[in-house]
Design a protein around this ligand. Structure first.
Ligand SMILES: [Fe+2]
Ligand SMILES: [Fe+2]
Length: 162
């Protein structure tokens, strides 16, 4: 898996984390699934992914972003942790499958959810270094409805109109 400039979404901390994601994936794919190294690298990948997702989740929480993006993070982590347990028990096929799935997943997630988030954060001037909205910033409008984030218009308790 190679870093591509089209992965750069214009938020330094996010781009740096995504570069690291690519590195961790590459480290993982360079280890044979039957080796001890693979399990160690899978743990390192999962630890990095927890931090990666936590970072985006904190930003989303700070700006009241719709929950579907966080939910996808949770699903991916649950799968990675499940695969980790199965690999430890000898199911090496699943380890290889995880790697095969990670590349297209990352591609798609960046293209849709992360890019929608990056766009919105830039739009409202959210400072990802100090993780705060600008002091004099207006209250953020609702995130743009995005095809990857249809929950942007979903319920916040009740869906009945009026
Ligand atoms: Fe991300
Ligand atoms: Fe994300």
């Amino acid at each position: 898996m190679e870093w591509s400039e089209r992965y750069a979404l214009g938020i330094a901390r996010m781009d740096e984390t995504h570069r690291e994601f690519v590195d961790f994936c590459n480290e993982l794919s360079a280890a044979a699934p039957e080796s001890e190294t693979f399990l160690g690298r899978l743990d390192a990948f999962i630890a990095h992914t927890v931090a990666h997702f936590d970072q985006e989740n904190r930003w989303m929480e700070a700006v009241n972003f719709p929950p579907c993006h966080r939910e996808e993070h949770d699903r991916v982590l649950a799968v990675a942790r499940e695969v980790r347990q199965r690999v430890e028990k000898g199911d090496l096929f699943l380890g290889r499958r995880l790697l095969e799935e990670l590349v297209p997943w990352f591609d798609n997630h960046l293209d849709t959810m992360d890019s929608a988030l990056a766009f919105y954060l830039k739009e409202i001037g959210f400072d990802t270094e100090i993780e705060k909205l600008p002091e004099n910033g207006a209250a953020p409008a609702l995130p743009p409805v995005h095809n990857a984030c249809s929950c942007a218009v979903a319920d916040d308790g009740g869906t009945d109109s009026d």
